[in-house]
Every structure is written in structure tokens, then in C-alpha cells.
Design a protein around this ligand. Structure first.
Ligand SMILES: Cc1ncc(COP(=O)(O)O)c(C=O)c1O
Length: 457
């Protein structure tokens, strides 16, 4: 126990003790904190987080992939502050406001062609719930009540509310709650890491499209939609795949009359090198789910952008009972919408994607030597996401036993040395804010490399 008389009340130790007394954190076995420090953050500046003792941590994971332009970005902060003085929140049924309208106009402008209607919610999982329900309800309104199921990819992650978790396939999150969930059909992921020897990523994608075709031949009649994370399956281990898959999948969904839901919650807004990952395949989904970077990491908000065809299937006299029914109290919160409008204005006013290409190239150079590391089976990158696969045996790619928690050792090493790295199991990854400098990339990668050396020992 810490001595309350010796510990300053705003120190790491004091705040951590109070936290552990009353709070329960997400994605955490709280028992770990008997040995793992809880980090009380008091300030964020650019890519840096500052704790109560004044120690700094480079946020290599953009605070759960939400932050785009650094912490406390002055332009986004100013927009939120100005909004605070005029309207903090208003019911979004029957009432509207300029921040939401401006945001929707801008989303329609920048998302792929054909996406013209914006439905707002307040977090990523909620956006997935909306897309799943909307797809089901579309088919119902069109006289196809027999379509009640979904197809998802192995290794997918779409959130942790029951619907979103249902279409997710990461055992860590799903297994325990499986008895409560819908049962989607799972199509094998086009993940290039799981490719056959000698196959290119595009070959793997084409082979996996054949699997998808077989599933659709069997299940399209009862299927509302196929849901995917375009290009990178993030929480499933930053598994990356070729854009060919998305192009082929769009064609299959058209052929078999099922919707395509693109979950760009993690990969949208420039992460993969283009504004939206779907652009690299030249496709428009029927639903695009957005969140995380949408507000630059400032406030919770999400959006489902869909087509006029979908919208029109619900547009009818009240008595027809076709209205879409889904509401959250904080839908369209003006503060969050203002943060989003300010975030999107930064993409208009600054050469963000061009700068990201340079940063991504620098990151690629710095992580390349890890390919020769005896415990690294794969180093992969898509734009501003890079990942390193740690294994026990490089030749056979045998993974480390999960219970050894090697990734956690990298995390600990990072904390001790000024970087917030938060591996996914034994996959160490980098997903930093776009304002990172080349020198900061060097520091981030060097810290991770040293952490990996400690972790595999
Ligand atoms: C691809 C994807 N979809 C959905 C979600 C869920 O978003 P949220 O955590 O805001 O519920 C996440 C979160 O990591 C995600 O990565």
C-alpha cells in the first residue's frame, strides 16, 4: 500500500490507487494491475501523452486508433470549444443542427460514389448494429423477410455489442459470449500471411473469392449482407490482404443480390494510404461504417453512409411501418459533429495523404531490418499501419504459446522507455497519429525492437 501522507495527491501513484479502487477498465484483466502500472494521463500533446509524474509516452497506437492529427489539436479543440458556447446537445429526432448537416454533406462528398445518405450513431459498434439492422430491414421492406443472416470473414472484428460481436471472429472476444450470439457464415479471410507457399497476395485473394462464391451459392437466398474490414483486419492481428479481394467481392455481392458492408471504422480517413480503403479497389459498398478517426480522436461519434436505394426502401407513409428503428440518445451530438467537421477540414487544407506516404515510406525503411530477426515471421504494412508477427519458430511460423504473453512484455518495455505500444497478442504494430515526425518514428521503432528483444528472450 502507498502511504497517503507521502504521495502527492496528483502523482501517478495516488491517481492509480484511486482508480484501482473504483474503476473497471475495458479489455483488461484487472488483476494484471497488481504488477502492471496503471498510467494516469494528464495531458496530450501531438503524438505524446504525459502522465501525472511528467513522464512522456509516444502514442504509437493513436489511442485505440482514434487519433489522426495528434492529441489536443488546436483547430479541433477550438471548434469544440466554440460549439460548447452555443449548443452542447439536442434531441436528433425532429430537430437538427448545422454541425450534423455540414458533416453529412462532407461525408457524402468524400465517400465513394453512390453513398449519399448519412445515419449517425455514437460509437463504432453502434454503427455496425445500425448497418446490420438496416440491411436486414431493407430486405424485409423489399419483401425478402427470408434474408436474416450475414456472412463475415474469419479473423474479423467489428465491435463487442452483441450484434457486432456476432459478426466478429476473434476468439478472445467472442468465445465466452458465443451462446448469446447470432451465427453468421464465416468465409476464409484473404489474409496474405495465410497464403499458400509461392502465392502472391493477389493469388490468395482470388482463391478466397472462390470460397466466398461457394458460400454465396449456398446461402445468398438467406443472406442480408457480407461484412468486411477493407484491406486490414485490425483487431484480428493487423492481417492484410490484396485489394483484388474487395473488387471481386463487390462483383459477387451484385451477382448474388446481397449487400456489402464495409467497416472502415479503423481503416478509414487515410490510414491505408487513401482516404478510404475501398478506394484502392475502386468499389462503393452499400454501407460504409465510420467512427474512430471521424472526430480526430476527440469525441465518440459514428456514421453509416449508405445509398439512395437503401434510403428509398424505408421512405413511405407512416402507416406502412417501414421506418428504420434505431436510436441512441446522443445521436448526432453537436460537439462531436463539430470535432468531425474540423477534422475533415484538415484533410481539405493540408496535404495529409501525401505526407502520410512519406511517413509510411520512412516507417517501412525502419521496420525492414526486423525481417531478419530470428523471432519475426512477417513484417507487413498498409499505409500508416505496420505490423510485426512474433513467433517461437521462424521456419515453421510456430507461434509463441499465448499464455507466455510475449506481447505484454513488449508493452511493459514500451512503458518503461516512453512509448505506448500495445501488441495484439504476439503481433507488435504501429498505428501512430499522422503528425508523427521521422525522428519520432525512429524512436518508436527502436523502442519496439528493443522490446521485442526483451520479449523473445
Ligand atoms: C474494424 C472495427 N470495427 C468496429 C469497431 C468497434 O468500434 P468501437 O470500439 O467504437 O465500438 C472497431 C474497434 O476497434 C474496429 O476496429
Amino acid at each position: 500500500m502507498t502511504d497517503a501522507f507521502l504521495v502527492p495527491p496528483t502523482s501517478n501513484a495516488a491517481l492509480a490507487a484511486r482508480d484501482l479502487n473504483v474503476l473497471w477498465h475495458p479489455c483488461t484483466q484487472m488483476h494484471d494491475h497488481e504488477t502492471l502500472p496503471m498510467v494516469p494521463v494528464v495531458r496530450g500533446e501531438g503524438v505524446w501523452l504525459v502522465d501525472a509524474d511528467g513522464r512522456r509516452y509516444l502514442d504509437a497506437v493513436s489511442s485505440w486508433w482514434t487519433n489522426l492529427f495528434g492529441h489536443s489539436h488546436p483547430r479541433i479543440a477550438h471548434a469544440v470549444k466554440a460549439q460548447l458556447d452555443t449548443l452542447e446537445h439536442v434531441i436528433f429526432a425532429g430537430f437538427t443542427h448545422e454541425p450534423a448537416i455540414e458533416l453529412a454533406e462532407e461525408l457524402v462528398r468524400i465517400t465513394p460514389p453512390g453513398l449519399e445518405r448519412v445515419f449517425l450513431a455514437d460509437n463504432g459498434s453502434a454503427a455496425i448494429e445500425v448497418a446490420l439492422k438496416m440491411s436486414f430491414h431493407y430486405w424485409l421492406n423489399r419483401g425478402h423477410g427470408e434474408k436474416t443472416r450475414f456472412i463475415a470473414l474469419t479473423g474479423s472484428y467489428h465491435g463487442e455489442t452483441l450484434g457486432a460481436l456476432s459478426v466478429s471472429d476473434v476468439a478472445l472476444y467472442r468465445k465466452t459470449y458465443a451462446p448469446l450470439l447470432l451465427t453468421p457464415e464465416l468465409a476464409p479471410s484473404p489474409d496474405a500471411y495465410e497464403g499458400e507457399p509461392g502465392e502472391t497476395a493477389a493469388d490468395t485473394a482470388r482463391r478466397r473469392l472462390l470460397d466466398m462464391r461457394v458460400l454465396l451459392e449456398r446461402h445468398a437466398h438467406e443472406t442480408c449482407a457480407v461484412i468486411v474490414e477493407p484491406l486490414v483486419q485490425c483487431a484480428g492481428g493487423m492481417r492484410m490482404y490484396d485489394a483484388t479481394y474487395l473488387t471481386g467481392l463487390r462483383a459477387l455481392c451484385n451477382e448474388f443480390d446481397v449487400h456489402l458492408i464495409a467497416d472502415e471504422i479503423a481503416v478509414g480517413f487515410g490510414r491505408t494510404g487513401t482516404m478510404f480503403a475501398c478506394e484502392q479497389a475502386g468499389i462503393s459498398p452499400d454501407f460504409m461504417c465510420l467512427s474512430k478517426g471521424l472526430t480526430g480522436g476527440f469525441l465518440p461519434l459514428s456514421a453509416v453512409v449508405t445509398t439512395q436505394d437503401v434510403y428509398q426502401a424505408f421512405y413511405a407513409e407512416y402507416a406502412s411501418g417501414k421506418a428504420f428503428l434505431h436510436s441512441h440518445s446522443y445521436t448526432g451530438n453537436p460537439l462531436a459533429c463539430r470535432a468531425a467537421v474540423a477534422t475533415l477540414s484538415l484533410f481539405r487544407d493540408e496535404p495529409v495523404l501525401e505526407r502520410n506516404r512519406q511517413l509510411a515510406a520512412h516507417m517501412a525503411t525502419r521496420i525492414a531490418p526486423l525481417r531478419d530477426h530470428p523471432n519475426v515471421a512477417d513484417v507487413r504494412q498498409t499505409g500508416m499501419i505496420a505490423a510485426v508477427e512474433l513467433v517461437a519458430d521462424k521456419r515453421t511460423r510456430r507461434p509463441f504459446a499465448a499464455e507466455e504473453r510475449r506481447g505484454l512484455r513488449v508493452y511493459r518495455h514500451g512503458l518503461e522507455n516512453g512509448a505506448l505500444l500495445r501488441p495484439l497478442g504476439n503481433i507488435v504494430y504501429f498505428m501512430p497519429p499522422y503528425v508523427i515526425t521521422e525522428a519520432e518514428i525512429d524512436f518508436m521503432v527502436e523502442t519496439a525492437v528493443a522490446g521485442i528483444d526483451v520479449a523473445v528472450r
